[in-house]
Design a protein around this ligand. Structure first.
Ligand code: HEC
Ligand code: HEC
Length: 270
């Protein structure tokens, strides 16, 4: 019996590595196929429509009914994301399914078919080729950015932090939304950039951006970009219903063509 078993093993053992290798190869082929999987519903026009219905029910509260994003909660314009380098349907699928850790973008436990429907919908509202739409003089834009914006914004290595980092902003917001952010900053103020003016007996009228808050204390980045904390018990007054700390740049200060130049500069910083 033991002899038989030994001879049996002796017979199969030369095959074992080969079998293992074959199984591994099948696994490799299967997993590459999976990684490169494209939308199985791509040719079905009903998929985008069905995806639109799911989108309005599940995603529109954050990304807007037209998928163009809601800047006050930093939910990006999803019609622009396809212009990002290396963006694929598969990647969009994964982001919807897994969510984006560290952000409010939640994971979604939907059947694969429904996620592909969402991908089809997002494909159908895609704005592509936005590269060609930036026609300003980016070199001049860089100079204007340094003169007017860099004290509060970064768009690369250096710059202030009172306003958001504008790196890759042209991939997250449409040109129309960016123009309105510059002309009328107070019309939509980003999450994490809510302004406040407060005063205590020793420090009257400090304006800044709320960076943290609990029942007893508040932390702000003041307009000279110093992080400061206050106990709520020491506040004499606080007013949150105020304009953005970003000044509105009207046409007298920054012409439309200068604004084009700045947007072209920002588009090059991605
Ligand atoms: C609670 C708000 C919220 C909901 C609900 C939500 N999202 Fe998001 N989503 C976000 C935010 C915020 C981001 C940006 C995260 C980041 O990059 O920090 C994001 C990012 C994404 C991205 C990545 C975009 C890119 O440029 O890489 C995709 C795709 C996306 N969402 C699709 C969806 C879809 C589809 C749904 C509905 C099934 C959905 N989201 C529901 C808030 C939300
Ligand atoms: C005094 C500081 C300050 C200056 C100067 C400033 N900004 Fe801002 N900016 C902010 C703050 C604070 C916010 C966030 C609050 C808001 O959205 O209004 C902001 C928001 C923005 C946004 C919106 C970003 C988003 O995520 O949607 C854009 C775009 C922008 N600024 C562009 C510019 C440009 C271009 C200039 C120069 C012409 C400029 N800013 C100059 C402080 C500044």
């Amino acid at each position: 019996m033991s002899t038989k078993s030994i001879s049996y093993q002796g017979r199969i053992s030369p095959l074992q590595p080969a079998l293992f290798f074959a199984a591994f190869a099948v696994f490799l082929i299967a997993s590459t196929a999976l990684a490169q999987q494209t939308n199985p519903l791509a040719s079905d026009p009903r998929a985008a429509r069905a995806g639109g219905v799911i989108f309005r029910g599940q995603c529109a509260t954050c990304h807007g009914a037209d998928a163009k994003g809601i800047s006050s909660i930093e939910a990006p314009d999803l019609t622009l994301m396809w212009t990002q380098p290396g963006m694929t349907e598969n990647r969009v699928f994964t982001r919807i399914q897994a969510g984006i850790p560290g952000s409010i973008m939640p994971p979604h436990d939907f059947p694969d078919t429904e996620i592909w429907m969402l991908v089809s919908y997002l494909r159908s509202v895609a704005v592509t080729g936005s590269t060609g739409e930036f026609t300003g003089d980016s070199e001049n834009g860089g100079r204007l950015f340094t003169a007017h914006c860099i004290e509060c914004h970064r768009a690369g290595i250096s710059g202030g932090s009172l306003g958001p980092n504008l790196e890759r902003i042209t991939q997250r917001r449409s040109q129309a939304a960016l123009r309105s952010s510059v002309r009328e900053p107070s019309s939509s103020i980003g999450r994490g950039y809510k302004p406040i003016i407060l005063s205590t007996s020793s420090t009257p009228d400090v304006s800044g951006i709320i960076k943290g808050e609990d029942a007893f204390s508040i932390q702000i980045l003041d307009s000279s970009q110093r992080l400061r904390g206050f106990a709520k018990s020491e506040l004499l007054s606080s007013d949150r219903d105020i304009d953005s700390l970003m000044p509105a740049f009207l046409e007298g200060q920054l012409s439309d063509s200068q604004l084009d130049d700045i947007l072209s500069y920002l588009h090059q910083q991605r």
